[in-house]
Write a protein that binds this ligand. Structure first.
Ligand code: SF4
Ligand code: MG
Length: 332
């Protein structure tokens, strides 16, 4: 049994102003299944609007409800999370699942020092004494490689740079030693050099702690750096599931192929960067057949008429493409 299992997850939102039809809703996530093992890193890769963040939020239990409607199953060590009461759910957050978001400023409390925020968490959730909590807070700030941790715990969030604030959010996320860390675009708001450092920190903590990491990203370069496995999402569905090595050896889905071709690489400096034509479809108005067909260079009549389902391939991966078998022969 995998540590975290997501099965046929569906998240829908009512469509605003949909012509008086009160039952009209749009599926942001449409039948996503995933499994995450201890000590592994699974990246959910996709463009904005693909449903990757909504998937993560549903797993974390932080979707507004209503209006979001969540169906399917999310199990941690076999225990169903979707049916927990808010109180039970709160206990899972932080202790079993840690979370890191794009915007540290929104996640941190501006009126408390970093040491107070960490200390409060440790006192309330771990029952530590004031002095023990303070010591542990310093250790955690040091653990995320913030220099002069002993002094910095007395500072407020706004006194840190963006990258340092992200490190503090990571310290908060790992303070209760969760089994799973979910990081939703954790470095997207940072400068490129800082991005790499923060990603390296997350990878280092993941390696040292044996935690499982679910990483939400639009950046295939980040996937290459830190992930073991990848689930590529498009229009609310997983279109390819594979190991990172398999994806880089040759994708089994044209969308993944396009993402790979549009990834900046130093060995292709002179060539013009490929871009997948068009834009992701509006989830409220998906085209018939394969949702990628308007952008796909391999689309044919079958693609325009019939929705491809995610099916396993002999090499262990899965692809939702009518032409997946041909792709594997072409791509290696
Ligand atoms: Fe392209 Fe057809 Fe595969 Fe969809 S099913 S990704 S349109 S080849
Ligand atoms: Mg997002």
């Amino acid at each position: 049994m995998a540590l975290l299992e997501v099965e046929d997850l569906r998240v829908s939102f009512p469509v605003p102003g949909s012509g008086g039809d009160a039952t009209s809703s749009v599926h942001a996530v449409n039948g996503v299944s995933l499994a995450l093992e201890s000590g592994r890193t699974l990246a959910i890769l996709g463009e904005s609007g693909s449903g990757k963040s909504v998937t993560a939020q549903a797993v974390m239990g932080i979707l507004d409800e209503p209006p979001a409607r969540v169906a399917g199953s999310v199990r941690l060590r076999g225990r169903e999370l979707l049916t927990l009461t808010p109180k039970q759910r709160d206990r899972v957050s932080g202790e079993e699942i840690g979370m890191v978001f794009q915007d540290a400023m929104a996640a941190l409390n501006p009126v408390y020092t970093v040491g107070e925020q960490l200390g409060e968490l440790l006192r309330v959730r771990r029952g530590l004494s004031r002095s023990a909590a303070r010591r542990r807070a310093v250790e955690l700030v040091d653990r995320v490689h913030i220099p002069a941790a002993k002094d910095r715990v007395r500072d407020y969030p706004h006194q840190f740079s963006g990258g340092m604030r992200q490190r503090i959010m990571i310290a908060l996320a790992i303070a209760l030693e969760p089994d799973v860390l979910i990081a939703d675009e954790p470095t997207t708001a940072l400068d490129v050099t800082v991005q790499a450092q923060v990603m390296e920190l997350i990878a280092e903590i993941q390696r040292d702690s044996g935690m499982a990491l679910l990483l939400i990203t639009h950046d295939l370069g980040v996937v290459a750096e830190v992930a073991d496995d990848v689930a590529v999402m498009y229009a609310g569905r997983i279109v390819e599931r594979a190991t990172v090595q398999q994806v880089f050896a040759g994708p089994a889905h044209p969308y993944t192929e396009g993402l790979l071709a549009s990834m900046p690489r130093i060995d292709r400096r002179d060539e013009e960067l490929y871009a997948i034509p068009g834009a992701p479809p509006n989830p409220a108005r998906l085209p018939a057949g394969c949702p990628f067909h308007l952008r796909c260079p391999r689309a044919d009549d079958v693609c325009r008429a019939t929705l491809p389902v995610l099916e396993p391939l002999p090499d262990g991966r899965a692809s939702a493409c009518h032409h997946r078998k041909e792709l594997l022969h072409v791509g290696g």
